[in-house]
Design a protein around this ligand. Structure first.
Ligand SMILES: O=C(O)c1cc(=O)[nH]c(=O)n1[C@@H]1O[C@H](COP(=O)(O)O)[C@@H](O)[C@H]1O
Length: 234
């Protein structure tokens, strides 16, 4: 597939204005990227917005990071599957039972089921922040620990920072998908992200999908930045 490499970029559509988001999306080709809808846009605009993106031909990653009792999360991922999204996520810290119930809930959808991914340690967190939560492991150790739990629960992969990608690929195998936010092209602002890498470093480290928001959406010429990023990982 000639565009398969380009489809490694998941653009985080974090907008508070639906029309601005759609104006941006309409400049893009579904062959050049996939789209991520997170808590902000979903809370404002809901499933209708997600369906509109799918109707435009885009694969959508519904990033709502579910974390609740197993029954509730299983029902939430079922709703996501009915919406027709390509990927959905939960927090690994919700636990083994929550993750495995969520995975089981997707079985009836067969090959139409979205990929189910677990968030490990948010890319905005570092060792100091983990310690504040009472976690004594380093971010890398905690990511590996939670990723193993997610794999055991049958999930398709994890969200982690690209800094952990190399070790995760080595320990969990090529088929376990690594979705990495905290991507910053050379020269762009880190903002609130702490564990960051450039697109090329992330791909070289073993990331399967790169989540990129502000460096593209807030650029003067987002389409050009996306093209540059795609070129840098070819
Ligand atoms: O699950 C996510 O997508 C996610 C997990 C994580 O650990 N860190 C993280 O930044 N994200 C999301 O990835 C996107 C990153 O956006 P930018 O920092 O603007 O590139 C945001 O939409 C975050 O919600």
């Amino acid at each position: 597939m000639p565009f398969e490499k380009s489809k490694k970029i998941l653009i985080a559509l974090d907008y508070d204005d639906q029309q601005a988001a759609l104006d941006f999306v309409k400049q893009l080709s579904p062959d050049s990227c996939r789209l991520k809808v997170g808590k902000e846009m979903f809370t404002y605009f809901g499933p209708a917005f997600v369906k509109e993106l799918i109707d435009l031909g885009f694969d959508v990653f519904l990033d709502l990071k579910f974390h609740d009792i197993p029954n509730t999360v299983a029902k939430a991922v079922t709703a996501a599957a009915k919406m027709g999204v390509w990927m959905v996520n939960v927090h690994a810290s919700g636990g083994f039972e929550m993750m495995s119930k969520a995975k089981q809930a997707l079985a009836p959808f067969g090959d139409k089921a979205p990929l189910l991914i677990a968030v490990t340690v948010l890319t905005s967190m570092d060792e100091t922040e983990l310690k504040r939560l009472g976690v004594e492991k380093t971010p890398q150790e905690q990511v590996i620990y939670l990723a193993k739990l997610a794999k055991e629960a049958g999930l398709d992969g994890v969200v982690c920072s690209a800094q952990e990608a190399q070790q995760l690929k080595a320990e969990l195998g090529a088929g376990f998908k690594l979705v990495t936010p905290g991507i910053r092209p050379v020269g762009s602002d880190a903002g609130d992200q702490k564990r960051i890498m450039t697109p090329k470093q992330a791909i070289d480290a073993g990331s399967d999908y790169l989540v990129i928001g502000r460096p593209i959406t807030q650029a003067d010429n987002p389409v050009a930045v996306l093209a540059d990023v795609n070129k840098s990982i070819e």
